[in-house]
Design a protein around this ligand. Structure first.
Ligand code: XMP
Length: 326
């Protein structure tokens, strides 16, 4: 039997009951596979790795070692949430590595998008590898592979998996959600008790804010981007747009314009809002955001975020524009 093929008879997991049955079955399978050995997991805080972590904590508790690498390109509050949920609430064996300086030092002065991606992906593997090397007695590597990853593993999206790990790692894989579609992973995550802010998260690229802080990343512009993005997310939440818009974020280009703040000349960067709807991310349409909400977001970002003096709304569908700016 092909272990990577979803059986035709497998029912779509849409309810808590079906999720609970799936969880019970996987706990058994994982326990059988792992025995009393240790399992390592790169926990990004994204939906898939979070659900795998919660499932494995249920199955094997402290035999699971989670490593969260903060590359300094996370959205506001994300690494903090990983620590709060997994370390404080679920009592996981969590190793937190703040590698912000390593990543930002390497990225300094690098403007070319693909080069930035390569640096971020390569450094992620290096940091994770170093950490894994310090641990003893690890026999398994857990991964948040989901069914679309298997269906799409034809190389087209290889660059999308920044969490990709070194090929020469000599571990047996534990991939409990590899036959599930994304919506099923979310249902399972909820049944495991993970917060909605984690389970219903919109897609976030592996290189994180690195591909939204356009051109060569600087700490001050990255910080402005992170704060502006947090305001956008908060206002979308308040307006219920988080339920209708597929992906929304801010990009900040490496250019300044003249403005006025506190009656003085103020040169700042523009914050560009992107809010798109799509089913498969291959094409995307623009969400019509009510003017009053755009006005409120503009007022808040320009008043609250140091370094930003304009807010723009990107009206370009995909194609011609890609969803991300880089
Ligand atoms: P584009 O910009 O290609 O984005 O229209 C399509 C979807 O893919 C996400 N994306 C990425 N995800 N690593 C990722 O993990 C990447 O390098 C990357 N680039 C784009 C993007 O956020 C959108 O959802």
């Amino acid at each position: 039997m092909d272990n990577n093929k979803r059986p035709d008879s497998m029912e779509r997991i849409t309810t808590k009951e079906l999720a609970d049955a799936f969880i019970a079955e996987q706990i058994d399978l994982v326990k059988k596979q792992v025995g009393n050995k240790k399992v390592l997991l790169a926990l990004s805080g994204g939906v898939d790795s979070s659900v795998v972590a919660a499932l494995l904590i249920k199955a094997i508790g402290k035999q699971l070692v989670c490593v969260h690498v903060n590359h300094g390109l996370m959205r506001k509050g994300e690494s903090e949430q990983v620590i709060e949920v997994f370390q404080n609430q679920l009592d996981a064996n969590l190793i937190y590595i703040d590698a912000t300086d390593r990543f930002l030092d390497l990225l300094a002065g690098v403007a070319e998008p693909e080069k930035k991606r390569k640096i971020i992906g390569g450094e992620f593997i290096k940091v994770f590898d170093e950490e894994a090397g310090k641990l003893e007695g690890i026999s398994f590597l857990a991964q948040g592979t989901i069914y679309p990853d298997i269906l799409e593993s034809d190389g087209v999206k290889a660059h999308h998996n920044v969490g990709g790990l070194p090929e020469d790692m000599q571990f047996e894989l534990v991939e409990p959600v590899k036959l599930l579609y994304k919506d099923e992973v979310r249902v399972v995550g909820k049944a495991l008790g993970l917060p909605s802010s984690m389970v219903d998260r919109q897609p976030f690229p592996g290189p994180g804010l690195g591909v939204r802080c356009l051109g060569a990343i600087t700490r001050d512009r990255l910080n402005a981007l992170r704060e502006a993005d947090a305001i956008l997310r908060e206002e979308f939440d308040n307006a219920g747009l988080n339920k209708t818009v597929w992906q929304y974020f801010i990009a900040v280009p490496d250019m300044k314009s003249v403005g006025v703040k506190d009656s003085k000349r103020y040169e700042g960067w523009p914050a560009i809002i992107r809010a798109v709807n799509t089913t498969d991310a291959m094409s995307a349409t623009i969400e019509e955001i009510p003017y009053s909400i755009l006005n409120k977001i503009t007022a808040r970002i320009t008043a609250e975020v140091e370094g930003i003096n304009r807010v723009l709304y990107d009206l370009t569908p995909k194609p011609v524009g890609t969803i991300e700016w880089e």
